[in-house]
Design a protein around this ligand. Structure first.
Ligand code: PGA
Length: 250
């Protein structure tokens, strides 16, 4: 049985004061016996505040560099974020791929680095653009992105992965993928993991859907066979809507 994992992605939002208020409120709402894991991916400026105030919530980074240290102005490394206490880290979010030159190659380096030097679990993001979707290339894109991201990643590591399928046309647009599209794509993700690593690893990997997930639609996504959670942007920013997400998935 795969335990659902529901992670809010704050992106470039929240000061330390705002982060503390949110985490404290949500912690008082959770009792630790939920059927799902809940987490927040926070900007590094407030990760420590989040970790210090979290008990049941998992705290994740939103990105990390693949070198330990060096002349990489503005970047942070795996030892640095491990020291902060994050348990997960988003890798290859489409906003980083589209705006900050993240490539399948750098995604692969970051995933290998996380597995090699830490216990931090990557939340690997993949997903097609609107044009690729309209041209019927979703399956090809998913399979290629996965293959490239997981070059030289062993099966034991891969089984721990969280993979977020996020169609780019559904992110921040309010236009979420239909349940059928989301399930179908997440099934393709699992099938590609099966091709790469076999049935056992494929049965362990957790696959999230992301893209305009809200309290009103999360339950139906999670009811799908191959959807084991969600990565949530906009609806994770307000305490009330994150509580509603928890209520819908308890
Ligand atoms: P959204 O963002 O929920 O606002 O669409 C999802 C994401 O970018 O992970």
């Amino acid at each position: 049985m795969r335990k659902p994992i529901i992670v809010g992605n704050w992106k470039m939002n929240k000061t330390n004061v705002e982060a503390k208020e949110f985490i404290v409120e949500i912690e008082s709402y959770l009792n630790g016996n939920e059927n799902a894991e809940y987490g927040i991916a926070a900007p590094y400026t407030c990760v420590k505040t989040c970790v210090d105030n979290a008990k049941n919530l998992l705290i994740a980074g939103e990105n990390v560099h693949f070198e330990d240290n060096g002349a990489f102005t503005g970047e942070v490394s795996v030892p640095m974020i491990e020291e902060l206490g994050v348990t997960h880290c988003i890798i290859g979010h489409s906003e980083r791929r589209e705006m900050f030159n993240e490539t399948d190659e750098t995604v692969n380096k970051k995933i290998k680095k996380l597995f090699k030097s830490s216990n931090i679990i990557p939340i690997l993001c993949i997903g097609e653009t609107l044009t690729q979707f309209e041209e019927g290339k979703t399956e090809e894109v998913i399979r290629t992105q996965l293959k490239n991201a997981l070059v030289d990643v062993c099966g034991e590591c891969a089984s721990k992965l969280v993979i977020a399928y996020e169609p780019i046309w559904a992110i921040g647009t309010g236009k979420s993928a239909t349940i059928e599209i989301a399930q179908n794509s997440c099934a393709i993700v699992r099938d590609e993991i099966k091709n790469l690593y076999g049935t056992e690893v494929a049965s362990k990997v957790r696959v999230q859907y992301g893209g305009s997930v809200k309290p009103e639609n999360i339950k139906e996504y999670l009811a799908q066979e191959d959807i084991d959670g969600a990565l949530i942007g906009g609806a994770s920013l307000k305490v009330e809507s994150f509580k509603a997400i928890i209520d819908a998935t308890k």
